[in-house]
Design a protein around this ligand. Structure first.
Ligand code: NAI
Ligand code: MG
Length: 336
Protein backbone atom coordinates (compact mmCIF):
# COMPACT_ATOMS: atom_id res chain seq x y z
CA UNK A 1 0.00 0.00 0.00
CA UNK A 2 1.11 3.53 -0.58
CA UNK A 3 2.26 5.61 2.33
CA UNK A 4 1.86 9.09 0.93
CA UNK A 5 -0.96 10.96 -0.73
CA UNK A 6 -0.88 10.24 -4.43
CA UNK A 7 -3.24 12.79 -6.05
CA UNK A 8 -5.44 15.82 -5.46
CA UNK A 9 -8.48 14.30 -7.12
CA UNK A 10 -9.45 10.65 -7.34
CA UNK A 11 -11.67 8.83 -9.78
CA UNK A 12 -13.53 6.15 -7.82
CA UNK A 13 -15.49 3.36 -9.52
CA UNK A 14 -18.58 2.68 -7.43
CA UNK A 15 -20.43 -0.62 -7.90
CA UNK A 16 -23.23 -0.92 -5.33
CA UNK A 17 -24.54 -4.22 -6.79
CA UNK A 18 -27.52 -6.01 -5.23
CA UNK A 19 -29.51 -6.05 -2.00
CA UNK A 20 -27.76 -4.50 0.99
CA UNK A 21 -24.81 -3.69 -1.28
CA UNK A 22 -26.76 -0.62 -2.37
CA UNK A 23 -27.65 0.37 1.20
CA UNK A 24 -24.16 0.06 2.66
CA UNK A 25 -22.73 1.88 -0.36
CA UNK A 26 -25.07 4.86 0.09
CA UNK A 27 -24.06 5.02 3.76
CA UNK A 28 -20.36 4.85 2.90
CA UNK A 29 -20.54 7.56 0.23
CA UNK A 30 -22.23 9.80 2.82
CA UNK A 31 -19.27 9.51 5.21
CA UNK A 32 -16.65 9.72 2.43
CA UNK A 33 -18.25 12.96 1.28
CA UNK A 34 -17.61 14.62 4.62
CA UNK A 35 -13.84 14.00 4.42
CA UNK A 36 -12.99 16.97 2.21
CA UNK A 37 -11.28 14.89 -0.43
CA UNK A 38 -12.07 15.47 -4.09
CA UNK A 39 -13.68 12.21 -5.21
CA UNK A 40 -15.14 11.81 -8.67
CA UNK A 41 -17.52 8.84 -8.38
CA UNK A 42 -18.29 6.87 -11.53
CA UNK A 43 -21.12 4.40 -10.96
CA UNK A 44 -21.14 0.99 -12.62
CA UNK A 45 -23.77 -1.73 -12.77
CA UNK A 46 -23.12 -5.36 -11.88
CA UNK A 47 -24.89 -8.27 -10.25
CA UNK A 48 -28.25 -10.06 -10.38
CA UNK A 49 -30.36 -6.99 -11.20
CA UNK A 50 -27.90 -6.00 -13.89
CA UNK A 51 -28.13 -9.49 -15.40
CA UNK A 52 -31.90 -9.26 -15.51
CA UNK A 53 -31.80 -5.79 -17.05
CA UNK A 54 -28.85 -6.08 -19.43
CA UNK A 55 -28.42 -9.80 -20.01
CA UNK A 56 -24.99 -9.81 -18.36
CA UNK A 57 -23.95 -9.63 -14.72
CA UNK A 58 -20.80 -7.70 -15.56
CA UNK A 59 -21.08 -5.40 -18.61
CA UNK A 60 -17.88 -4.43 -20.44
CA UNK A 61 -18.74 -0.83 -19.62
CA UNK A 62 -18.42 -1.59 -15.89
CA UNK A 63 -15.04 -3.28 -16.42
CA UNK A 64 -13.90 -0.15 -18.30
CA UNK A 65 -15.06 2.07 -15.42
CA UNK A 66 -12.98 0.00 -12.99
CA UNK A 67 -10.01 0.01 -15.36
CA UNK A 68 -10.06 3.80 -15.63
CA UNK A 69 -10.47 4.48 -11.92
CA UNK A 70 -7.88 5.03 -9.20
CA UNK A 71 -9.74 2.54 -7.04
CA UNK A 72 -13.06 0.70 -6.92
CA UNK A 73 -15.63 0.36 -4.15
CA UNK A 74 -17.80 -2.72 -4.51
CA UNK A 75 -20.92 -3.40 -2.41
CA UNK A 76 -22.15 -6.95 -2.94
CA UNK A 77 -23.67 -9.07 -5.67
CA UNK A 78 -26.24 -11.84 -5.20
CA UNK A 79 -26.23 -15.20 -7.00
CA UNK A 80 -23.96 -13.78 -9.71
CA UNK A 81 -21.22 -12.90 -7.19
CA UNK A 82 -18.71 -15.37 -8.65
CA UNK A 83 -19.27 -14.09 -12.22
CA UNK A 84 -18.83 -10.53 -11.09
CA UNK A 85 -16.17 -10.45 -8.44
CA UNK A 86 -13.99 -13.37 -9.54
CA UNK A 87 -14.03 -12.02 -13.09
CA UNK A 88 -13.18 -8.49 -11.99
CA UNK A 89 -10.23 -9.81 -9.95
CA UNK A 90 -8.98 -11.68 -13.03
CA UNK A 91 -9.56 -8.83 -15.50
CA UNK A 92 -7.71 -6.42 -13.22
CA UNK A 93 -5.04 -9.00 -12.26
CA UNK A 94 -5.62 -8.30 -8.59
CA UNK A 95 -3.10 -10.73 -7.15
CA UNK A 96 -3.37 -9.88 -3.48
CA UNK A 97 -6.40 -10.38 -1.28
CA UNK A 98 -6.12 -8.54 2.02
CA UNK A 99 -8.26 -9.34 5.02
CA UNK A 100 -7.66 -7.42 8.21
CA UNK A 101 -8.69 -9.25 11.37
CA UNK A 102 -9.20 -6.75 14.16
CA UNK A 103 -11.32 -6.84 17.30
CA UNK A 104 -13.58 -3.88 17.98
CA UNK A 105 -15.42 -3.19 21.25
CA UNK A 106 -19.05 -4.32 21.70
CA UNK A 107 -18.78 -6.95 18.99
CA UNK A 108 -18.60 -10.71 19.20
CA UNK A 109 -14.78 -10.83 19.11
CA UNK A 110 -13.20 -13.76 20.94
CA UNK A 111 -10.74 -11.41 22.60
CA UNK A 112 -10.28 -7.65 22.55
CA UNK A 113 -6.64 -7.42 21.41
CA UNK A 114 -6.64 -9.08 18.00
CA UNK A 115 -5.11 -7.11 15.14
CA UNK A 116 -3.48 -8.81 12.19
CA UNK A 117 -3.61 -8.84 8.40
CA UNK A 118 -4.02 -11.89 6.18
CA UNK A 119 -2.36 -11.51 2.77
CA UNK A 120 -3.71 -14.20 0.46
CA UNK A 121 -2.39 -15.09 -3.00
CA UNK A 122 -5.33 -14.59 -5.33
CA UNK A 123 -4.35 -15.95 -8.76
CA UNK A 124 -3.14 -19.56 -8.51
CA UNK A 125 -2.81 -22.40 -5.99
CA UNK A 126 -5.77 -24.78 -6.10
CA UNK A 127 -8.22 -22.26 -7.47
CA UNK A 128 -7.57 -22.48 -11.17
CA UNK A 129 -10.80 -23.78 -12.65
CA UNK A 130 -9.34 -25.05 -15.94
CA UNK A 131 -6.81 -27.18 -14.05
CA UNK A 132 -9.59 -29.31 -12.63
CA UNK A 133 -10.58 -32.35 -14.65
CA UNK A 134 -12.78 -35.40 -14.55
CA UNK A 135 -10.99 -38.74 -14.79
CA UNK A 136 -12.16 -42.33 -14.95
CA UNK A 137 -11.60 -42.73 -11.23
CA UNK A 138 -13.21 -39.41 -10.22
CA UNK A 139 -11.70 -35.97 -10.53
CA UNK A 140 -8.33 -34.26 -10.15
CA UNK A 141 -7.46 -30.70 -9.19
CA UNK A 142 -3.95 -29.43 -9.77
CA UNK A 143 -2.28 -27.03 -7.40
CA UNK A 144 -0.11 -24.49 -9.22
CA UNK A 145 2.67 -22.71 -7.37
CA UNK A 146 4.83 -20.44 -9.52
CA UNK A 147 7.93 -18.66 -8.36
CA UNK A 148 6.72 -15.39 -9.91
CA UNK A 149 3.30 -15.26 -8.23
CA UNK A 150 4.52 -16.43 -4.81
CA UNK A 151 7.47 -14.04 -4.83
CA UNK A 152 5.08 -11.21 -5.72
CA UNK A 153 2.65 -11.97 -2.87
CA UNK A 154 5.37 -12.59 -0.28
CA UNK A 155 7.13 -9.38 -1.23
CA UNK A 156 3.80 -7.56 -0.99
CA UNK A 157 3.32 -8.90 2.54
CA UNK A 158 6.79 -7.77 3.66
CA UNK A 159 6.26 -4.35 2.08
CA UNK A 160 2.89 -4.08 3.78
CA UNK A 161 4.55 -4.93 7.12
CA UNK A 162 7.25 -2.33 6.57
CA UNK A 163 4.82 0.42 5.60
CA UNK A 164 2.40 -0.32 8.42
CA UNK A 165 4.84 -0.59 11.31
CA UNK A 166 4.41 -4.33 11.73
CA UNK A 167 7.41 -6.19 13.13
CA UNK A 168 6.73 -9.74 11.96
CA UNK A 169 5.51 -11.72 8.94
CA UNK A 170 4.32 -15.32 9.29
CA UNK A 171 4.47 -17.58 6.23
CA UNK A 172 1.82 -20.32 6.28
CA UNK A 173 2.12 -23.54 4.25
CA UNK A 174 2.07 -27.33 4.45
CA UNK A 175 5.61 -28.05 3.31
CA UNK A 176 5.88 -31.25 5.36
CA UNK A 177 3.33 -32.95 3.07
CA UNK A 178 3.34 -30.77 -0.07
CA UNK A 179 7.12 -31.03 -0.21
CA UNK A 180 7.61 -29.63 -3.71
CA UNK A 181 4.95 -26.92 -4.05
CA UNK A 182 4.92 -25.67 -0.48
CA UNK A 183 8.60 -26.51 -0.10
CA UNK A 184 9.10 -23.89 -2.82
CA UNK A 185 6.74 -21.45 -1.09
CA UNK A 186 8.71 -21.77 2.15
CA UNK A 187 12.04 -21.36 0.34
CA UNK A 188 10.81 -18.19 -1.42
CA UNK A 189 9.39 -16.86 1.86
CA UNK A 190 12.83 -16.83 3.47
CA UNK A 191 14.57 -15.68 0.27
CA UNK A 192 12.31 -12.63 -0.01
CA UNK A 193 12.47 -12.14 3.76
CA UNK A 194 16.21 -11.53 3.51
CA UNK A 195 15.43 -8.27 1.71
CA UNK A 196 13.64 -7.11 4.85
CA UNK A 197 16.22 -7.53 7.64
CA UNK A 198 14.21 -5.46 10.14
CA UNK A 199 11.14 -7.67 9.91
CA UNK A 200 10.99 -10.84 11.98
CA UNK A 201 10.09 -14.00 10.02
CA UNK A 202 8.44 -17.20 11.14
CA UNK A 203 6.64 -20.00 9.35
CA UNK A 204 3.95 -22.42 10.49
CA UNK A 205 2.02 -25.31 9.00
CA UNK A 206 -1.50 -24.34 8.04
CA UNK A 207 -3.16 -26.83 10.39
CA UNK A 208 -1.16 -25.55 13.36
CA UNK A 209 -1.98 -21.99 12.31
CA UNK A 210 -5.70 -22.81 12.37
CA UNK A 211 -5.25 -23.72 16.03
CA UNK A 212 -2.91 -20.84 16.95
CA UNK A 213 -5.44 -18.36 15.55
CA UNK A 214 -7.76 -19.50 18.34
CA UNK A 215 -5.23 -20.09 21.13
CA UNK A 216 -2.87 -17.14 20.55
CA UNK A 217 -4.27 -14.72 17.94
CA UNK A 218 -2.25 -11.90 19.52
CA UNK A 219 0.92 -13.58 18.20
CA UNK A 220 0.12 -12.64 14.58
CA UNK A 221 0.82 -9.38 12.77
CA UNK A 222 0.91 -10.25 9.06
CA UNK A 223 0.16 -13.71 7.64
CA UNK A 224 1.06 -14.53 4.04
CA UNK A 225 -0.19 -17.69 2.40
CA UNK A 226 -1.40 -19.42 -0.76
CA UNK A 227 -4.91 -19.16 -2.23
CA UNK A 228 -6.89 -21.99 -0.58
CA UNK A 229 -5.22 -21.69 2.82
CA UNK A 230 -5.79 -17.94 2.76
CA UNK A 231 -9.45 -18.40 1.88
CA UNK A 232 -10.01 -20.71 4.85
CA UNK A 233 -7.91 -18.79 7.38
CA UNK A 234 -9.64 -15.53 6.35
CA UNK A 235 -13.02 -16.89 7.28
CA UNK A 236 -11.59 -18.25 10.52
CA UNK A 237 -10.29 -14.74 11.14
CA UNK A 238 -13.77 -13.33 10.49
CA UNK A 239 -15.14 -15.74 13.07
CA UNK A 240 -12.48 -14.66 15.58
CA UNK A 241 -13.65 -11.07 15.56
CA UNK A 242 -17.32 -11.86 15.12
CA UNK A 243 -19.82 -10.83 12.57
CA UNK A 244 -19.92 -10.34 8.81
CA UNK A 245 -21.16 -6.78 9.25
CA UNK A 246 -17.67 -5.72 10.36
CA UNK A 247 -15.22 -7.42 8.00
CA UNK A 248 -13.70 -5.46 5.10
CA UNK A 249 -11.35 -6.68 2.38
CA UNK A 250 -9.16 -5.43 -0.43
CA UNK A 251 -8.07 -6.88 -3.77
CA UNK A 252 -4.87 -5.29 -5.01
CA UNK A 253 -3.09 -5.47 -8.34
CA UNK A 254 -0.43 -3.39 -10.05
CA UNK A 255 -3.04 -1.53 -12.11
CA UNK A 256 -6.01 -1.36 -9.83
CA UNK A 257 -7.55 -2.14 -6.50
CA UNK A 258 -11.04 -3.06 -5.36
CA UNK A 259 -12.38 -2.71 -1.84
CA UNK A 260 -15.41 -4.67 -0.64
CA UNK A 261 -17.06 -5.96 2.50
CA UNK A 262 -16.77 -9.72 2.93
CA UNK A 263 -20.55 -10.14 3.27
CA UNK A 264 -22.99 -10.73 0.41
CA UNK A 265 -26.26 -9.11 -0.63
CA UNK A 266 -28.14 -10.47 2.43
CA UNK A 267 -31.57 -10.92 0.80
CA UNK A 268 -33.04 -11.75 4.24
CA UNK A 269 -32.59 -8.16 5.45
CA UNK A 270 -32.28 -6.21 2.17
CA UNK A 271 -34.38 -3.10 1.61
CA UNK A 272 -35.21 -2.65 5.31
CA UNK A 273 -32.40 -0.37 6.45
CA UNK A 274 -31.12 -3.11 8.79
CA UNK A 275 -27.69 -3.67 7.23
CA UNK A 276 -24.60 -2.77 9.19
CA UNK A 277 -22.60 -0.37 6.96
CA UNK A 278 -19.36 -0.71 8.96
CA UNK A 279 -17.79 -3.52 6.85
CA UNK A 280 -18.24 -1.35 3.75
CA UNK A 281 -16.91 1.73 5.59
CA UNK A 282 -13.85 -0.17 6.83
CA UNK A 283 -13.30 -1.23 3.20
CA UNK A 284 -13.33 2.49 2.37
CA UNK A 285 -10.75 3.05 5.13
CA UNK A 286 -8.54 0.49 3.38
CA UNK A 287 -9.08 2.35 0.11
CA UNK A 288 -8.07 5.65 1.70
CA UNK A 289 -4.84 4.08 2.98
CA UNK A 290 -4.18 2.59 -0.48
CA UNK A 291 -4.59 6.09 -1.97
CA UNK A 292 -2.17 7.45 0.63
CA UNK A 293 -4.91 9.44 2.38
CA UNK A 294 -3.80 8.25 5.80
CA UNK A 295 -5.12 11.20 7.75
CA UNK A 296 -8.62 10.76 6.34
CA UNK A 297 -8.36 7.01 6.90
CA UNK A 298 -7.49 7.56 10.58
CA UNK A 299 -10.34 10.02 10.94
CA UNK A 300 -12.96 7.62 9.56
CA UNK A 301 -11.45 4.66 11.43
CA UNK A 302 -11.55 6.61 14.72
CA UNK A 303 -15.17 7.64 14.20
CA UNK A 304 -16.14 4.01 13.53
CA UNK A 305 -14.27 2.95 16.67
CA UNK A 306 -16.13 5.58 18.70
CA UNK A 307 -19.54 4.50 17.44
CA UNK A 308 -18.70 0.92 18.40
CA UNK A 309 -17.29 1.93 21.79
CA UNK A 310 -20.19 4.20 22.73
CA UNK A 311 -22.67 1.57 21.48
CA UNK A 312 -25.61 4.00 21.31
CA UNK A 313 -26.14 3.87 17.56
CA UNK A 314 -25.68 0.32 16.30
CA UNK A 315 -27.53 -1.94 13.87
CA UNK A 316 -29.39 -5.08 14.94
CA UNK A 317 -26.54 -7.52 14.24
CA UNK A 318 -24.59 -5.78 17.04
CA UNK A 319 -27.54 -5.69 19.42
CA UNK A 320 -28.70 -2.16 18.54
CA UNK A 321 -31.87 -0.92 16.89
CA UNK A 322 -30.56 1.81 14.57
CA UNK A 323 -30.84 1.85 10.80
CA UNK A 324 -28.03 1.77 8.25
CA UNK A 325 -28.34 5.52 7.59
CA UNK A 326 -28.60 6.37 11.30
CA UNK A 327 -25.24 4.72 11.84
CA UNK A 328 -23.85 6.59 8.83
CA UNK A 329 -25.13 9.93 10.08
CA UNK A 330 -23.70 9.31 13.56
CA UNK A 331 -20.26 8.52 12.07
CA UNK A 332 -20.51 11.63 9.91
CA UNK A 333 -21.46 13.72 12.97
CA UNK A 334 -18.44 12.39 14.89
CA UNK A 335 -16.13 13.43 12.05
CA UNK A 336 -17.50 16.97 11.65
P1 NAI B 1 -24.55 -12.86 3.25
O1 NAI B 1 -23.24 -12.33 3.66
O2 NAI B 1 -25.31 -12.05 2.26
O3 NAI B 1 -25.49 -13.04 4.55
C1 NAI B 1 -25.20 -13.99 5.59
C2 NAI B 1 -25.94 -13.57 6.87
O4 NAI B 1 -25.29 -12.45 7.46
C3 NAI B 1 -27.38 -13.14 6.62
O5 NAI B 1 -28.19 -13.56 7.69
C4 NAI B 1 -27.29 -11.63 6.57
O6 NAI B 1 -28.48 -10.98 6.96
C5 NAI B 1 -26.15 -11.34 7.53
N1 NAI B 1 -25.40 -10.13 7.12
C6 NAI B 1 -24.52 -10.04 6.09
N2 NAI B 1 -24.05 -8.80 5.99
C7 NAI B 1 -24.63 -8.08 6.95
C8 NAI B 1 -24.55 -6.71 7.34
N3 NAI B 1 -23.77 -5.83 6.68
N4 NAI B 1 -25.30 -6.31 8.39
C9 NAI B 1 -26.10 -7.17 9.05
N5 NAI B 1 -26.21 -8.46 8.73
C10 NAI B 1 -25.50 -8.93 7.69
O7 NAI B 1 -24.30 -14.33 2.71
P2 NAI B 1 -25.32 -15.40 2.08
O8 NAI B 1 -26.64 -15.30 2.77
O9 NAI B 1 -24.59 -16.66 2.09
O10 NAI B 1 -25.51 -14.96 0.57
C11 NAI B 1 -26.52 -14.08 0.11
C12 NAI B 1 -26.24 -13.69 -1.33
O11 NAI B 1 -25.01 -12.93 -1.36
C13 NAI B 1 -26.01 -14.89 -2.23
O12 NAI B 1 -26.67 -14.65 -3.44
C14 NAI B 1 -24.50 -14.97 -2.42
O13 NAI B 1 -24.14 -15.48 -3.68
C15 NAI B 1 -24.12 -13.50 -2.31
N6 NAI B 1 -22.73 -13.26 -1.84
C16 NAI B 1 -22.02 -12.27 -2.47
C17 NAI B 1 -20.75 -11.94 -2.08
C18 NAI B 1 -20.05 -10.82 -2.77
O14 NAI B 1 -20.67 -10.10 -3.52
N7 NAI B 1 -18.77 -10.63 -2.56
C19 NAI B 1 -20.09 -12.65 -0.96
C20 NAI B 1 -20.94 -13.62 -0.31
C21 NAI B 1 -22.21 -13.92 -0.76
MG1 MG C 1 -14.18 -17.38 1.19
Amino acid sequence: MNTSKTKDKYKIAVIPGDGIGKEVMEATILVLDSLNIDFDYVYGEAGDECLEKNGTALPDETIEIVRNADACLFGAAGETAADVIVRLRQEMKMFANLRPVKSYPNTHALSNDIDFMIVRENTEGLYIADKEEMTEEGAIAKRIITREAEERIIDYAFKYATENNKSKVTGVHKANVLKKSDGLFKEIFYEVGERYPDIEKEDFYVDATAMYLITQPQNFEVIVTTNLFGDILSDEGAGLVGGLGLIPSANIGNDGALFEPVHGSAPDIAGKGLANPIAMMLSAVMMLRYLGENEAADKLDDAILRVLTEANVLTGDLGGSSTTMEVANEIKRLMD
